[in-house]
Design a protein around this ligand. Structure first.
Ligand SMILES: C[S@@+](CC[C@H](N)C(=O)[O-])C[C@H]1O[C@@H](n2cnc3c(N)ncnc32)[C@H](O)[C@@H]1O
Length: 246
């Protein structure tokens, strides 16, 4: 096994193993770390810094990626105007774009947006727009989108119910939310401890340890009716949730 720097996103898209020399007293170590003295990075800085690495990984299109694209394609139609929330380097949005009317990707990390725009140009995909924008930006109008894709992002936001309520507002009535989210609360203490340690070391952004039940209740409590909820990839603790705006 090739041991690399601990990277909790390894359980997201990047298929790198997490390796630590000693795991026995991890809880103790994590509890004793002087967080204020360790590298502190906000989420946007983190994703800006990791943008190229993330893009290199997501471009590889592993089996989970292909399954997500195929399933999302079957849920979308050529008339759909899609918001790609937390679009990252745009890989999903770009692959879905030929099957819908328009994709608008937003992300707070400028370098992710640069990569997405470069790829749209290189691949000559004309029906996409990528903007460095917060979800609450006033330029986004209510009821403008017929679908939202939100892949690997709900575990990164501070207030998932507020984010879900905003997505609900941006969708037209009957609009579809298609999401997949790492739910780390479903994993064992070891993984959760590794994630906490990586955050303390500045190697990971702030990650919320959601359970699938908690995420489902956030979705259904934000004006959505859940159409489908299932474990998408057990190893990565990915929960797939499709929900329709009521
Ligand atoms: C794990 S990446 C996922 C990217 C893409 N959705 C994918 O699945 O390939 C998470 C992305 O969400 C973005 N992000 C995190 N919090 C955000 C927020 N509050 N608003 C917009 N983007 C956010 C990050 O900048 C990062 O690019």
């Amino acid at each position: 096994m090739n041991c690399k720097t601990p990277n909790p996103m390894a359980f997201d898209r990047v298929n790198q193993p997490l390796c630590f020399p000693s795991l026995g007293c991890l809880h103790l170590v994590v509890g004793c770390l002087p967080g204020d003295k360790l590298l502190k990075m906000n989420s946007t800085e983190f994703w800006d810094k990791r943008s190229q690495q993330y893009d290199n990984a997501v471009r590889k299109h592993d089996a989970a990626y292909d399954r997500t694209i195929e399933t999302a394609k079957a849920l979308l139609s050529h008339s759909d105007v899609v918001l790609d929330f937390g679009c990252g380097s745009g890989e999903f949005g770009l692959d879905l774009a030929p099957h819908v009317r328009r994709v608008h990707g937003i992300d707070t990390a400028a370098r992710m947006i640069d990569l997405a725009r470069d790829k749209a140009r290189e691949r000559e995909i004309g029906n996409t727009a990528f903007d460095q924008k917060d979800l609450f930006d006033r330029s986004l109008d209510n009821q403008t989108f017929s679908s939202v894709i939100a892949f690997s992002v709900f575990h990164l936001v501070d207030d998932a119910p507020t984010v879900l309520a905003r997505l609900n507002d941006l969708l037209a009535t009957g609009g579809l939310l298609i999401s997949e989210t790492p739910c780390f609360a479903e994993k064992n203490w070891l993984l959760r401890s590794l994630v906490t340690l990586a955050q303390k070391l500045g190697l990971a952004p702030k990650i919320r340890s959601l359970s699938s039940g908690e995420l489902e209740s956030f979705v259904s409590g934000s004006g959505f009716k859940i159409v489908e909820s299932r474990i998408w990839d057990e190893r990565k603790a990915l929960q797939w949730i499709v929900a329709r705006k009521k």
